[in-house]
Design a protein. Sequence first.
Length: 297
Amino acid sequence: MTDTAVVPRTPLTLLGTGAMGTALARTWLAAGHEVTVWNRTAARAEALAAEGAAVAASAAEAVAANRLVIACLLDDASVGEALEGADLAGRDLVNLTTGTPAQGRTRAAWARARGARFLDGGIMAVPPMVGQPESGGYVFYSGSPELFEEHRDTLAVPAGTRYAGADPGFAALHDVALLSAMSGMFAGVAHAFALIRPEDIAPKDLAPLLVDWLTAMAPAAHAGAERLQSGDYTGGVVSNLAMQVAGNATLLRTAVEQRVSPELLTPYMRLMERRVAQGHGDEDGTGVVELLDLRRR
């Protein structure tokens, strides 16, 4: 005889129904969870009401509805303002609002003082990726390991989960580290497109070359990580920093010839030059990290 019993779905409260909050809510609703939502601008929650969500008149009312409370608001200050009058005793608060590591740690202490367990989150996805397992989107979580284990299945409904550790600041730290690397990549891509813009070269023809090249270069992060771990920045170096700095002259000269501003490149190039001037020309670029670490200055 086949067991057709329905596995109970954890009911939850979601604070914030902007683009990301709405995508999260819809995924949980589609998976059979009872979802209570609240948004400062009530009209933005109406579409979710039509899809089965219960709409609370206040954040405090929404918090009272369920033990699992998820916040996806504008910023850390918005979280504090929304929850100021709510009774958090016995609640599990998961904060998916974008913030800094320090804000995550402070908010964790704030929640514990009010009797709640706390997880901070960093969403590595944009709204269209939510609820699409093939998209590769996921969320970093850090804070209470007990809370994470208890609600892991529920949290995994909209996107994959990656637990970053008990330190509540680690989710935001991982999030910002990856986004910072992405920003550098976008800067390079923008400069590349600017170089070809005056010529009879279609951006759509350069794009696959950029993707292939950046994909081929990305594993250099593994070598950099190993060098940072060992403290030896010279082992196995193929193209040393002195050689790279010499090559930068060609990059800058080409920018001049193409009448393109080098401002996206020069900050990093200046750091490379400083590292060589300090006598580290035989390293790869990993040593630049030393110049960025303000604790070592």
